[in-house]
Design a protein around this ligand. Structure first.
Ligand code: 9MR
Length: 361
């Protein structure tokens, strides 16, 4: 991204229209000594940061508390599932953007920006695609059309797109996916070029997990985006998902890792933060969890062009964790009854009174 575009990205993270906002939750406890009990989005606006959540659109439709906190606490939203290929193109060439459109409208009404998730991934693909007997040329054209049609549909309404998601293994080799097998590694650059053609103003991100610290995987992402930018491929940013588990110990060196991407002239973002634990939860585990969230936010706030910090859902009432990691859970900022947890207070405190490095441009 050119410097003016990067500066514009940071500027849109700042200066949010602040709407009448909700309290922290039904329990509405104070933010702790010296910490004002202001909604996260207001506090983040002071730091020129957008704070976001993934949104479960069924909960948004059915649960008034969920709706109130989604609109009141966050200044950007990511559809947790409804912009994924299996939902948006369930039959070849037949698109269904209805659920995603409803979320984009909600975001618009609440002064929120939208992170589009996701264009190229190995998961949640429709069966017509995975079990079809397509030639490489046909598959390339299918990918081109899907990206073009989807990005055009949301043109001007999506702030950041996760263009390519989780293309690497933890050892830094490219993941064996339908895209790599059939199209070769060039699919990544193609995807960014096609997305840029469809909406030249959207910020285009590479997004992955276990890349928050330095190691073979984040080195591989770093080498990829450096090479793509040198080749003039329109990559604007790197997303660090931020799925942590306290049983593994909390990561170190995240700010230094984010900084090297920043020095490439890229925007960065924390895109899917949650901090899970082995159940049952207790006060000590919740305190460690709070520190995990705090460390992720601190790394972002220290990074000049870290433009948004998104949590992957905000309440334990709706979370992907228990079904994916049996015996684990309690990964979110609010408990199942919408009581704010220590992690919520830690984010409030971390956002309060932080002087961020001045942005370039
Ligand atoms: O939270 C999502 C869950 O509801 C889906 O069942 C799951 C299917 O793979 O995807 C989850 O979201 C993932 C995201 O799209 C990409 N990064 C990892 C997230 C958690 O698995």
């Amino acid at each position: 991204m050119s410097l003016p575009r990067l500066a514009a990205a940071v500027a849109t993270a700042c200066c949010l229209a602040v709407l009448p906002l909700a309290t922290a939750g039904p329990a509405g406890a104070s933010g702790g000594p010296g910490v004002p009990d202001r909604p996260l989005r207001q506090l983040a606006a002071d730091d020129r940061l957008r704070i976001g959540t993934a949104v479960d659109t069924s909960a948004l439709a059915d649960d008034a508390d969920y709706r109130r906190l989604t609109g009141g606490q966050f200044s950007t939203v990511t559809p947790e599932n409804v912009m994924k290929w299996e939902v948006t193109e369930p039959r070849q060439g037949e698109y269904d953007y209805a659920a995603a459109d409803r979320l984009v409208d909600f975001a618009h009404r609440h002064g929120q920006k939208v992170r589009g998730h996701v264009l190229v991934w190995h998961n949640q693909l429709p069966s017509w695609l995975t079990s079809g007997n397509f030639t490489a040329d046909q598959l390339r054209e299918i990918l081109h059309r899907h990206i073009t049609d989807t990005v055009r549909h949301f043109k001007g309404r999506v702030w950041q797109w996760d263009v390519v998601n989780e293309a690497f293994n933890d050892d830094g080799t490219l993941r064996d996916s339908i895209w790599l097998r059939e199209l070769g590694p060039g699919y990544i650059a193609d995807a960014f070029r096609w997305a840029h053609e469809a909406d030249p103003r959207a910020l285009l991100f590479y997004n992955d997990y276990n890349t928050e610290w330095t190691g073979p995987k984040s080195d591989a992402v770093y080498d990829l985006v450096r090479r793509l930018r040198a080749e003039g491929v329109p990559v604007d940013g790197v997303g660090f998902q931020g799925h942590l588990g306290i049983q593994y110990g909390l990561p170190t060196g995240m700010a230094a890792n984010f900084a090297r991407f920043d020095r490439l002239g890229l925007a960065t973002a924390v895109t899917e933060a949650d901090v899970r634990m082995e159940m049952p939860a207790d006060a000590e585990k919740l305190a460690t969890q709070a520190e995990g969230y705090r460390l992720l936010l601190d790394a972002c706030l220290r990074t000049r062009h870290c433009v948004s910090f998104t949590v992957w859902g905000f309440t334990d009432k709706y979370s992907w964790v228990p079904s994916t990691f049996p015996g684990e859970g309690a990964a979110n900022l609010y408990d199942e009854d919408y009581r704010p947890k220590p992690a919520y207070r830690a984010l409030q405190a971390e956002l309060t009174g932080r002087a961020r490095p001045a942005s370039a441009g």
